[in-house]
Design a protein around this ligand. Structure first.
Ligand code: ADP
Ligand code: ZN
Length: 438
């Protein structure tokens, strides 16, 4: 097992180490980042007020705008000469958020990612086909470095060039596919188009899928079509990148590597810390980050954390599969709608494919439109009955959403495909260029 000592730490030991590291890290951040010194003073607290783990809640929060405000060098706690890498968030709006790493940070990140591969069931002799985008996005290089640390061979195919990607998957008989779940779905469809049967021809064993929310239904579909164990990997650029949490073979939540990350769940409105198991905004403190020691970073991701022991023997707490970000949540006619709920309802309907779009529009009232492709095999089969399928899918949508969604079924292959993170939601309530024909 890769870094068994860290992976198999007992909860008591984790907590002891967290406390020791937290106290040190708070002092480090205060002394080396002017923003924190200022903020601590404003709130009237000193690092010495943080005496035990529970005192973490006294520490001020950090938010994404804090990083934006410090563009381009980020919240640096070290002289620029000590930085060995920059990355920037893939965010499409506003100023990018830049993150930085020292040599030591890179080593920690590599170790965390290697643990993720190991926990997900990857063996050192496997070949990892890395179809995450290489570049400013942390996905490509993060999955790359971790695989090497783990001892795997990496095939750095990056995103796109799907035909070549599939040829190499076959020629090299790669065991691991690292990609966004939407690209994995795209690849499995494309494989068939190019005349391959993934179950017969490929040798895939494990999928390392993350960077965007995906449902249990999507997991089942990917596992069946590619013949792999599809594992969920979570992270974000502000917290190194991918590698914060990962599933183990039990697939019952993602273990957070808690010797490096202190996790809290808060009420996003009041900032109050919520009890274990309650759903809220996830907040992380990196316990040893050197270049940018973010304290209590508000992720905007919604989830819940459990400390119950897992069958796999790891005692690192688990976060349930992330449903989405609080800012992904749509409020349609006063009702909260998560895109992941729509996905789950659609995929629950036999005959609906994996590709869909959610459009919110407004005339007098808000309206929710869902456009979903029919599954290719189903579409071509004699069973296909458009009216029946539409009725069934609409009922499933209504059951989870508590609001009427206007569903339109589309022919397979109609919607645009993506090689990175999928863009599935179009909110055109405020926009001028509207898609009129819904
Ligand atoms: P950006 O904010 O530009 O997309 P990142 O690429 O760092 O920057 O994306 C991080 C975000 O991606 C997380 O905050 C989370 O919302 C989402 N994410 C990452 N991994 C997962 C996952 N396994 N499940 C659900 N969402 C994820
Ligand atoms: Zn486990």
């Amino acid at each position: 097992m890769f870094n068994e000592k860290a992976q198999k730490m007992k909860l008591d030991d984790i907590r002891e180490l967290q406390e020791k590291r937290l106290l040190k890290q708070v002092k480090y951040a205060y002394e080396n980042v002017p923003m924190y010194k200022k903020r601590f003073k404003e709130e009237g607290i000193k690092p010495s007020d943080i005496k035990k783990l529970e005192d973490a809640r006294k520490v001020p929060f950090t938010v994404k705008d804090d990083l934006r405000d410090h563009y381009p060098y980020g919240i640096l706690a070290v002289p620029k000469e000590k930085v060995v890498r920059f990355h920037a968030s893939s965010g499409t709006t506003g100023t990018p958020t830049v993150v930085s790493y020292t040599k030591k940070d890179m080593d920690v990140w590599g170790d965390l990612m290697a643990r993720c591969y190991d926990s997900a069931g990857v063996e050192p002799e496997y070949i990892v086909q890395n179809a995450y985008g290489y570049g400013l996005f942390t996905g490509g290089l993060g999955f790359h470095q971790g695989a090497e640390v783990m001892g795997c061979a990496v095939l750095p195919t990056s995103t796109g060039n799907t035909k070549k990607q599939i040829k190499m998957m076959n020629d090299f008989q790669t065991e691991v596919l690292a990609a966004t779940p939407s690209y994995a779905i795209y690849l499995s469809e494309a494989a068939e188009k190019y005349g391959f049967d993934p179950l017969e021809d490929f040798n895939l064993k494990v999928g390392m899928f993350g960077a965007e929310p995906w449902s249990e239904e999507a997991r089942e579909s990917i596992e069946n079509s590619l013949g792999i164990k599809a594992q969920d990997v979570y992270g974000m650029s502000e917290l190194y990148g991918p590698g914060v949490a990962v599933e183990c073979p039990e697939q019952n939540g993602l273990h957070i590597w808690s010797d490096e990350f202190l996790v809290e769940t808060i009420d996003p409105k009041t900032g109050e810390v919520l009890p274990e198991g309650e759903k809220g905004e996830i907040v992380f403190t990196m316990l040893t980050r050197e270049a940018m020691p973010l304290l209590r970073y508000r992720t905007k991701d919604v989830g819940s954390v459990t400390y119950e022991e897992c069958e796999c023997g790891r005692q690192h707490p688990r976060i349930e599969k992330i449903e989405g970000r609080s800012d992904d949540m749509l409020i349609v006619g006063g009702v909260n709608v998560f895109p992941s709920q729509v996905e789950a309802a659609l995929l629950e309907t036999e005959g609906i494919g994996e590709h869909y779009q959610i459009i919110v529009d407004r005339d007098v009232l808000d309206k929710l439109y869902v456009r979903a492709e029919v599954d290719k095999d189903h579409y071509e089969s004699s069973e296909y009955d458009e009216e029946k399928l539409k009725k069934e899918a609409s009922e499933n949508l209504t059951a989870v959403l508590n609001i009427k969604a206007r569903l339109k079924l589309l022919e397979p292959g109609t919607l645009p495909r993506t090689v990175g993170k999928a863009k599935r939601v179009i909110d055109q309530r405020e926009e001028q260029d509207r898609i009129e024909e819904l």
